[in-house]
Ligand binder design. Structure first.
Ligand code: G3H
Ligand code: 13P
Ligand code: ZN
Length: 333
């Protein structure tokens, strides 16, 4: 399938990030792997009139099938337009993004199947190789008006089943050179967030290095910064999972007030996946325990979708500050 994102009503991240830099908020980037997650994201963002980046990892592509997944994303845009018409709210800008692209070929395949934004994650490579790989993706992507996210610094945690034990913070002295040599549209940085459900041990003081963020912002003022690994690990969801038979270890995530602070400064995109996994799992476990005779997937996936929708709406309103920002971005596109 060869399709360009503009033909299906998807937008790239340029206008979203320009508005986010100017308005001191962050655009939510929520991962999805299935229909219920996608519906919850779109409906929550439509209700809160928030721009949104729906993102797909390599693992999600393998799980849900790459062809089906892009058609689902395109269908979600159509659903949003219909719902906006029926409810007489404005439409919201939606970007379709490849999360943690690990090769040039994968980025090209996504661009050719209608993605409007890709991440090329060369953060594990030596600096010069990261620059060369990122630059090659940017050259192809920009021919198609697709925006590109690069990464400098390594996050700890689990991503695509690969676990990085340790992290290394982004070196502020490298960012200017990286951005100018590669031509990327946004930069993911490592300042103490990490992937997955186990970020900080209970008793540890969870703290992201806002001082490094400030230093980076000074060197590339107005340039869109991305925070990965930004789930807050809702403790009520962890408790519910464990009450109904789960065995999650105690852990705390990134405090929402620190995310709020980051969103007010140079951070324009905040990636959240694990919080959705936890909220969804908690609801399904609860239903399985309380209604052991239930076997219609709609009766447990439906409530899980509702719980997700509430969570995403709350994040947009209370943490990222993206609620109500869709109209100004629509006007700018
Ligand atoms: O950063 C990783 C995202 O949470 C995606 O996770 O690779 O397991 O789909 P995944
Ligand atoms: P979390 O695991 O903190 O949700 O991070 C998701 C992410 O960074 C996706 O790229
Ligand atoms: Zn990530």
């Amino acid at each position: 399938m060869n399709v360009h994102f503009k033909s299906i009503g998807i937008v790239n991240t340029r206008a979203m990030f320009a508005a986010a830099v100017k308005g001191g908020f962050a655009v939510p980037a929520y991962n999805f792997n299935n229909m219920e997650q996608l519906q919850a994201i779109i409906m929550a963002c439509l209700e809160t009139q928030s721009p949104v980046i729906i993102q797909v990892s390599k693992g999600a592509r393998d799980y849900a099938d790459r062809t089906l997944l892009s058609h689902m994303a395109h269908g979600a845009v159509e659903m949003m337009k219909r719902e906006a018409g029926e409810k007489q709210t404005g439409e919201i800008p939606i970007a379709l993004h490849l999360d943690h692209g690990n090769s040039y070929d994968l980025c090209v395949a996504c661009i050719e199947s209608g993605f409007s934004s890709v991440m090329i994650d060369g953060s594990h490579l030596p600096y010069d190789e990261n620059v060369a790989l990122t630059r090659s993706v940017v050259s192809f992507a920009h021919l198609h008006d697709v925006t590109v996210e690069g990464e400098l610094g390594v996050l700890a945690g689990v991503e695509d089943d690969v676990s990085a034990e340790s992290h290394s913070y982004t070196r502020p002295e490298e960012v200017e050179d990286f951005v100018s040599q590669t031509g990327v549209d946004s930069l993911a940085i490592s300042i103490g967030t990490s992937h997955g459900a186990y970020k900080f041990k209970v008793g540890q003081i969870p703290r992201i290095r806002l001082d490094i963020l400030n230093e980076i912002e000074k060197r590339i003022p107005g340039f869109p910064i991305v925070l990965h690994g930004s789930s807050s690990i809702p403790q009520d969801a962890v408790e519910t999972i464990n009450r109904y038979g789960g065995h999650l270890k105690d852990s705390v995530g990134i405090p929402e007030d620190q995310l709020r602070q980051a969103a007010h400064s140079a951070v324009c995109k905040i990636n959240i996946d694990s919080d959705g996994r936890l909220v969804m799992t908690a609801k399904i476990r609860e239903i399985f325990s309380l209604k052991p005779d239930e076997f219609d997937p709609r009766k447990y996936l439906g409530p899980a979708r509702e719980a997700l929708r509430e969570m995403y709406g709350r994040k947009n309103r209370d943490v990222l500050g993206s609620a109500g920002r869709a109209p100004e971005i629509r006007r700018a596109i």
